[in-house]
Design a binder for this molecule. Sequence first.
Ligand code: 1GP
Length: 251
Amino acid sequence: MLGRVEKYILEKIAVERAIHMTLIDPEKITPTQAAIVAENSESSGSTAIMIGGSTFSSKDHLDVVVQAIKEAVDLPTILFPNNETGVSKYSDAIWFMSLLNSVDPYYLVGAQVLGAPLIKKFNIEPLPMGYIIVGQGGTAGVVGKAKTIPYDKPELVAAHALAGQYFGMRFIYLEGGSGVANPVPANVISAVKKCLDIPLIVGGGIRTQEQAAVVTKAGADIIVTGNLIEAVDNKQRITEVIKGIKQKGSN
Ligand code: 1GP
């Protein structure tokens, strides 16, 4: 049986065709700021708040950030961990993810083995997801020891995604790397989308309405933005990105 958050995500995609999630990196933000960003995201039409970063280390800080977000909004929280320290008992759900193109077994299954008992103990809903780092890959690529797949090899990205689906993962995430200059290109997204029966998440470097429209039109079901929340006018920027996502939806 599907969990509450997964059901909510799938229903939202079914109704809206594509949805937005806001990523908050707890390392870069205070609990008060996180609450404001979450409120801005909710009122702009974002679907969920993801919490995590590539270099996070303090678990106590993660806990207070998640609590502040939970108090501020009704949107579900989904942890986006870089290892087993990214588990917080206050979150509704967690991307239970394996970095499919890592050369380090720790990022394929090691961290997950260490985190799984905590997820069970805290009754956090696991959302099984295959994570693939493509292009430049940013910090996540370095930390996760990924053999990043170049943007000109869409068939290789698609093969990784299909392998994830055949493993039983219920979401695939194409990560271009936080803050990269060029988001995952449309031809890579469409090549992956063509062979998948599960929702496709795309993130990394998406900053504008136009970019969000391109990524959505190419086949992304969930569009993640992180960095743009750091802008003073983050509410405006999130609203524009969501406009781009809906632009496609109404085509
Ligand atoms: C990073 O895909 C996410 O893990 C979001 O990237 O910070 O560039 O929006 P940005």
